[in-house]
Ligand binder design. Structure first.
Ligand code: GTP
Length: 413
């Protein structure tokens, strides 16, 4: 029996969540070496015969301020989490959808529950990885490209091909416009109609509100939940606008850029920085009259990639062409993705990338929370408008204003 201590608290003084709980997780090493479906069935039965996880009050010994904030889960909360967890690892789509809704919530108590559930799913996934020789049990692919590049058509065709080969595919979306306009870039049309009817696929649209940091955090957590539910391929789609594609590149094993066979102005929006992050560039719509421009774009990008610094020792980024309409090149694109995964897994780079990403996300969340805390601090709010005005008028330097604000912030603590 594996016992975990989860201690999530905010040492900056009362913002964010504070939770200390203990989670018992159960799959034995031997059982998890069985086939996935057997494991799930076994666990569902095994778990029902053992007492549920204990979420105890570990307030003693952690200091009066924190211990006061710690709360036990009520019986109803325990039962809800237990039901969600069981349903999730049994691969029930309704439980997965409900679990993702839980991690997306803004409600403080539900946020805490979501963290308890996540820790449990993480423990389950670690056991599975352990049985898989320490290798990840899923492949996470980020797909980005300008609006209209053919992303959803591509995901639909690749997704269908993969479910046809026995994979379970989940598709998560990060829509940068969700943070400003309620999701108009990706959410205003029915996307991937066939894939959404496929029982081995799970499609989740982007959360419709929140900051980019918030949306990307919940996407990171949704990835974990999808993997817990047995989805071995997780596709994360975003549109190449704003910073969302960099955020997605930081949460996946492989980052794929989709480029339409257009030139000039239409490609202006593609940032050089994001081309550097691409492990694979797919020139889309390579059919009919578009084959010639698609070939030209392929040559241009192949030359451009040669000039960029290599991201990996075991993989050279490639440029391929495909058509979701004719199906040409689709199987080849997937074959390239598999070669990438195999090369990165055998060199250990993929595992290293995942470890590095955990740290990136921890710091990015800290930055977001600390900034939020700083901006909402009463002392800072009091002096901020005047200092901002003086800086913009050139009366004081930005450096001095920053020093004064930081002093105001720290003088209270
Ligand atoms: N000729 C051709 N057209 C395609 C292909 N794939 C997509 N299209 C067309 O390109 C347009 C945009 O395709 P989508 O798949 O919706 O593109 P998207 O990148 O998801 O678009 P956004 O959701 O706006 O970001 C549609 O009119 C598609 O029919 C293809 O392989 N060949």
């Amino acid at each position: 029996m594996l016992t975990q201590m989860l201690h999530v608290h905010n040492s900056m003084g009362g913002f964010g969540l504070s939770l200390l709980c203990r989670i018992s997780s159960f799959p034995s090493t031997r059982t998890c070496c069985l086939h996935q479906r057997v494991i799930t069935g076994f666990q569902a039965r095994y778990q029902s015969s053992i007492p549920g996880p204990r979420y105890s009050h570990y307030g003693r010994g952690v200091g009066p301020a924190l211990s006061q904030q710690l709360q036990d889960l009520s019986g109803a909360e325990q039962r809800r989490l237990e039901k969600l967890y069981k349903g999730l690892i049994a691969g029930q789509r309704a439980s997965l959808a409900e679990s993702i809704t839980l991690v997306e919530t803004q409600h403080p108590r539900k946020k805490e529950l979501a963290q308890v559930l996540l820790q449990r799913v993480l423990a389950y996934r670690r056991e599975q990885e352990h049985c898989n020789g320490g290798k990840p049990v899923s492949f996470r692919v980020g797909l980005s490209g300008p609006p209209g590049a053919g992303k959803s058509s591509f995901i639909e065709v690749v997704g269908k091909m993969l479910t046809g080969r026995g994979h379970k595919v989940s598709v998560l979306a990060v829509d940068p416009s969700s943070c400003t306009t309620g999701g108009s870039l990706m959410g205003d049309k029915t996307r991937m109609t066939e894939l959404s009817r496929d029982m081995n696929a799970f499609i989740r649209p982007s959360p419709t509100s929140g900051t980019l940091g918030g949306v990307t955090r919940t996407t990171n957590e949704a990835i974990v939940l999808c993997e817990g539910a047995g989805y071995d391929i997780v596709l994360v789609e975003t549109v190449g606008v704003g910073q969302s594609e960099f955020a997605v590149a930081d949460m996946v094993d492989m980052f794929v850029l989709l480029i339409p066979p257009a030139g000039g102005d239409e490609l202006q929006g593609i940032k050089r920085g994001i081309i550097e992050r691409a492990d694979l560039v797919v020139v889309t719509k390579s059919d009919g009259d578009l084959v010639v421009p698609a070939r030209r774009i392929q040559t241009e990008y192949t030359s451009a990639l040669k000039l960029l610094r290599r991201q990996s020792k075991s993989w050279n980024p490639k440029v391929v062409r495909a058509s979701s309409h004719s199906g040409e090149g689709i199987a080849e694109v997937w074959a390239k993705m598999e070669s990438y995964r195999d090369a990165m897994l055998s060199s250990g780079e993929l595992q290293g990338r995942r470890r590095a990403q955990q740290k990136i996300w921890m710091w990015s969340l800290i930055q977001e929370n600390v900034l939020d805390h700083f901006q909402n601090h009463p002392n800072v709010r009091e002096v901020l408008p005047r200092l901002e005005e003086r800086v913009t008028k050139g009366a004081i330097s930005p450096g001095l204003a920053a020093d004064l604000l930081l002093k105001a912030f720290s003088s209270s603590s």
